[in-house]
Structure formats: structure tokens, C-alpha cells
Design a protein. Sequence first.
Length: 373
Amino acid sequence: MKLYLRLLSYLKPYRLRIVGALACGVIFALLTGAYAWLMQPLLDDLFIRKDRFMLGILPIAIIVLSLLKGLASYGQTTLWGYIGLKIVSDIREALYRHLILLPIGSHNKHATGHLMSYILNDVNLMQTAVSTGLKTLVLQPLILVALAGVILYQNSQLALLAIIVVPLFIIPLSKIGMRLRKYAATGQAKIGEMSSHLQETLSGIRVVKAFGKEQFESDRFLKKNRAYFKEILHAITVSEIATPLMETAGAIGVSIIIWYAGFQVINGAMTAGKFFSFLTATMLMYGPLKILASTNNMLQQAIAGSERIFAVLDEKNEAQLDTGKREIGHTEGEIAFHDVSFSYNGSVAPALTKINFLIKAGETVAFTSRLLA
């Protein structure tokens, strides 16, 4: 939950655009519900009662609804797209600024390829999820609410039956999402390993060739690439399970509703127009549920990436670490090194051993190896 709230905190600078996108989404959802409701007068008044007034008004109503729905769709798509892209741009810039300010010790913990993977791959996953996910998570529930209103209006008993069927969709989707998030996290870690390997070998290609290690490095990359392939294949397999599950659950739910509604129509408890209006609303609900399922899969992958991004952002930078450093003003005296040794983090052999030199005030001294001298 903290991760979701942290992502939502990036929405604050774009409140006005969010209000506009929500307004467009509400209009779009209401007009979708209006389409389903129109099935009742279309059948009962126009085709059964042969009402001439409805013959003139219904075609015009459909055209107006289509025009308004198109405008609302354009408005909310462009607004959510802008908001999503800006949020991801803000996160990418914040991540890069933070990486630059991290102390050397933090960079020693992360391979360069992993850090590049965070900025490019993980942030790109977030970009896709945020740009389309925000729109979907707001719009599709609004559409479901509007269609549920039509269902309740037409027949409250059938509406209760439809609500009972909903868990057939929700329960399997939640379990699929949890498994997909696990595979996505592992897959992104494998991409980081490949990026790190590429950065090391290509930047040090002269060393690789000098020691004849081309085949050795190729085998290492092959191993990492196949490990990534295995994880992504698992993720795809789990993700695609959602589609047949949705199809089966939808078929079961609609079949139950059609049987009960048809029984009421035959017994005169419900008109054909009300039945088809109810059925249209029920069928239209399947679309948003399916979209939410696919969006959930995409969001789980993005969340796995965002966990790694925020883990890096939470590391303290040099300004946050109290190192006790002070600005040097006027210099006096001298600096002396006596038997100083130095080794890099994780290195067995020291880089410098028992160095001795003296630097007087105002002097600049450099020391190099014999190879570079």
C-alpha cells in the first residue's frame, strides 16, 4: 500500500488536469450507460409499439451520444496521457539526480549496468503502466458503475444475480497478479544483470580480446540471456491464463443471467426491451473487466520495477550523510603522507602500498604508475 501511495504522491502537481480527465471520464461512462438504456425504447417503443416519434428521435439521439462520447474519450485520453508521461519524466529526472549525488560506496554496491537498467527498462515499464494504467483504473470502474446503474434500473433481482457472479472474475485475477509480480521482478533483475555484463564487456573489449576471452564472455551472456528468457516465459504463461479464465467466467455468468431473465420474459414479468437493455449492459460490463485484467498484469510488472527504483531513491546521498566535511579557506602548512595504503571496495590486492610524499601549501602533486609515467 505504501508503494501505491508513494506513486500517487506524484499526482499532486497535476490536480487541475486530473479534474478535467475525471470529468471527461464521468461523461464517457454515463454515455456508455445511455447506450445500454436505449435498447429498451428501441425494442419496446420502436419495433413492438411502432412509435413514430421514437423513429425520429432515436437515430438523432444515437448520433449525438456518439459525438459527445468521442469528444469525452479524446479529452480524457490526452489528459491522462500527459499526466502519466510527466509523472514518469519526473521520476526519471529525480532518479538520475539522486544517482549522481550518491556516495561512491553506494555505487560500489550497484553494478553500472543495473543502474542503467533502472533508468531505462524499469522506468519505461512505469511509463507504459502509468500512461495507460491511470486512464484505465479511473475510466473502467466508472463505466462499470454506470452500467450497474442501468442494470439496477431495469431489474433489481437480476442486478443482484449479476453482482454474485462478479467474484468469478475477481478472485482468479488477484492470484494471477501476485504471481505475475514475482516473475516480473525476477525478470527485471535478469535484465539488469545482462545490462551490467554488456557494459563491462563492451567498455573493456580491448582487454577481452587481448586475453582471448571472446568465447568465455559469450557463454556468460548466453547463460544470463536464457535465464531472462525463462522468467519472461513464466510471466507470459501466467499472464495469458487471465484471458481464458475471463472468457469462461463471463460465459457462465451471462448464461445464468440469460436463463433467469428469459424465464421472467416468458412469464410476462419483464418486457423484451428491458431484457435486451439489461443484457446489453451486462455484455458491455465484460469489456471493462477484461481491460482491468490486462491492466492489472501490466501494473504488477510496473510495481516490481518501481520497488527497485524507490529502493535506490531511498538511499542517502552525500548531502544527507553527515561526513563532517568542511570548506577549506586559506591554506597554511603542508600535507604529509607516511606509509599510506589504499584498496578499492571488494578488491583483494591494494591499489597503493605504503605511499610517502609531502605537499606544501600551493603545490599540486600527482603520482602515477610506471606504465603511465
